[in-house]
Design a protein around this ligand. Sequence first.
Ligand SMILES: Nc1ncnc2c1ncn2[C@@H]1O[C@H](COP(=O)(O)OP(=O)(O)OP(=O)(O)O)[C@@H](O)[C@H]1O
Length: 352
Amino acid sequence: MSELRIRGLHKSFDGHPVLHGIDLSVERGTLLALLGPSGSGKTTLLRVLCGFERADGGTVEIDGRRVVGDGLHLPSEQRRIGYVPQEGALFPHLSVADNIVFGLPRAQRRARHRVAELLELVGLPASFATRAPQQLSGGQQQRVALARALAPAPTLVMLDEPFSSLDAALRLETRQAVAQALAAAGATAVLVTHDQSEALSMGHEVAVLWRGKLIQTATPQTLYRQPVTRELASFVGEAVLLAGDARGGSATCELGTLPLSVPVADGAVDVMVRPEQIRVLHAHEAAPSGAPSFDAIVQDVVFQGQDAAVTLRMQSAAHTVVRARVPGYRSPQPGERVTLTVDGDATAYPRG
Ligand SMILES: Nc1ncnc2c1ncn2[C@@H]1O[C@H](COP(=O)(O)OP(=O)(O)OP(=O)(O)O)[C@@H](O)[C@H]1O
């Protein structure tokens, strides 16, 4: 059953449309990542759902109850939404425990209702209850913000770029802790982010907002492997795009004839593969039997430890330049002659 159901939602500011007819459902107990570039309307959608902004049209239902539609605009406090903002969300003059119970009825506040249980849920020791927020790291503060959002047992939890102020190592650790806490609480959640790796790693589903429209809602795997537009392919990861010709469920391009994950009409296409699908074989290595292979010269290597980004000039008539991503320990040298093969399916976008 859908915990959140949005139909035909519109919102404009000063006559400029920001959300155009959004349709979206989030199933109970799942985490939906709402991904989009800056200015695509993510925050506006979140603010309309929370009741901080009025929609111009459309409907919103939370747990089967209409909160927006036909002139209805239920106040935020009646929507049973837990909200985790970007940063600075905790009251500095209150202890961790007082922050957690802040939104609860007075009697529960006094009884420090479920503080130890909620701290445990977000992976923090019970002894943190008496600390001041300033005595916690940024990631720990965001976990307390989540505990506070979960305290009133909301129907829906909204997280607005909650990791953006954390450094890389803390971000990974906090993401994991938050995902585990949401799953353990059985929460239905919407995570707003412009970070594709965050959306792909945390979302059960990812919805992509592009210039105020939802252009694709899919599992992380499908979104990454079969993005619906070339622009989206480049936004959710690195994309290698080559001119080609589609015929009978395959496409032929400078990297050979590749099976298509989704068939398209025969004709001129742009073929998309991911850089990690391009295997770079050193001169002494043989291509897997039967696999077409292509000569190339390494132009540039950016070594990043775990892996390396390799720019290659193909030794075909067009001398096309492609980018591959290889494991760091297999990183080739600039100027090296190599052989390329491609693993897996491609995605094609009809031209014209
Ligand atoms: N209160 C407002 N008044 C006028 N225009 C607004 C208002 N709020 C947002 N906008 C405009 O709506 C568009 C979408 O903004 P929004 O903040 O929703 O995007 P976003 O995807 O959350 O971006 P970011 O990732 O940068 O936060 C922008 O063009 C913005 O200027």
